[in-house]
Design a protein. Structure first.
Length: 364
């Protein structure tokens, strides 16, 4: 009898500060009574539920269920930000493949690539992007430089490595601009105050980023228009799935048309309720063709593999700008990636199986 392939779903469940000490998210149920660090930084109301914290638990459950339906032997491992425990687990369980859902170590998103590095050093195949690609895409400025070198249109930008570097006479971008932490992902540090239309507001926002995130501030020209997401699966012949659009029409008119942290993760906020994913996006055929072509180029240039999502803005003249390359996007059953897959005719179980098959192709 053929041995079942053992796929281990590895994730990193966070602990958050509560009134009774640090707790795992899974110990708390709905996060309504406690205010997490993310809620404070996003300016969200304490009554809102932070789905970025809960999401990893839902994602691991959805993935494990799909793997089991596809006939794989599965195990779950909560790394709990302990690299030694991860190494011990791999040595003891010897999985054939790791389904990598780790997006941080502790509170450090920049350490995401180190987890993949452990897999590589131990010779364990895993799903998704390599350690190198994860690190490259985490660095928004480096990603923009690479894409720009390859003639992919991006918004004009500048980087402030110190808060006192921002000088009005040297500023050459056109307002409005959007300011964000340069080393975060998942919309961390982006709220309704991120888009500014004058230098005084920009200086204040840059200082906010340094004070709250202790990292360089990325400032780029704000592209007024529509936001599109292009999901991609595959390696040797990657394919684009139907384009998804973020519909901002439900937002109050005074709020900027951007995906803030609250819009993405804070259930119960007006940003969350007013920002809806629509797939397939209704765009002209030529725009669709260009968006998919650009997304595939960005996918290959940045070294993505198995699956990824490319985010773009479409201006009033139908010019496309790449604003982000997400090499390990949220793939839970209710996330945007799965929405695009369903529009293409794939069930969630089929998508998970394809990702595993792509990863196993790299196994000697």
């Amino acid at each position: 009898m053929r041995k079942k392939i053992h796929v281990s779903v590895v994730f990193n469940e966070l602990r958050v500060e509560t009134s009774t000490g640090r707790k795992f998210i899974s110990e708390m149920g709905k996060i309504e009574a406690d205010v997490t660090r993310s809620q404070v930084l996003s300016g969200a109301r304490p009554s809102a539920v932070d789905l970025s914290e809960v999401g990893v638990l839902e994602e691991r459950e959805h993935v494990q269920e799909a793997l089991q339906k596809n006939g794989y032997k599965t195990s779950l491992f909560n790394m709990n930000s302990d690299i030694k425990r991860l190494i011990q687990f791999i040595e003891e369980k010897e999985p054939d493949l790791i389904f990598n859902l780790c997006e941080s170590v502790g509170d450090e998103a920049t350490h995401e690539m180190f987890v993949a590095g452990i897999y590589e050093l131990m010779g364990i195949p895993y799903t998704g992007a390599s350690a190198f690609t994860l690190g490259m895409c985490q660095n928004k400025v480096r990603t923009k430089q690479v894409l720009s070198f390859h003639k992919i249109r991006i918004p004009r930008f500048t980087l402030y490595k110190h808060a006192n570097e921002i000088v009005e006479d040297e500023f050459d971008l056109r307002f409005p601009v959007i300011a964000k932490p340069s080393l975060e992902d998942a919309s961390v540090g982006i709220d309704n105050g991120s888009v500014v239309d004058n230098f005084a507001a920009l200086r204040k926002r840059v200082r906010f980023i340094f004070q709250n995130f202790d990292q360089p501030a990325l400032v780029e020209e704000y592209i007024e228009g529509r936001e599109l997401n292009v999901a991609i699966i595959g390696n040797r012949r990657p394919i684009t799935l139907p384009i998804s659009e973020i519909d901002f029409s439900g937002l109050p008119p005074e709020l900027p048309r951007i995906v803030t942290y609250a819009a993405k993760w804070m259930e119960g906020t007006e940003e969350y309720k007013g920002t809806v994913g629509v797939c397939p996006a209704q765009v002209p055929i030529e725009v669709e063709r260009q968006a998919k072509d650009i997304a595939l180029r960005a996918y290959r240039i940045m070294g993505c593999r198995d699956y990824a999502r490319i985010d773009m803005r479409l201006d009033k003249n139908n010019n496309l700008y790449v604003i982000e390359v997400n090499p390990n996007p949220d793939i839970s059953d209710d996330a945007g990636f799965a929405r695009s897959a369903r529009a293409s005719g794939y069930s969630f179980d089929e998508v998970i199986n394809k990702i595993v098959e792509y990863a196993l192709e790299r196994t000697p």
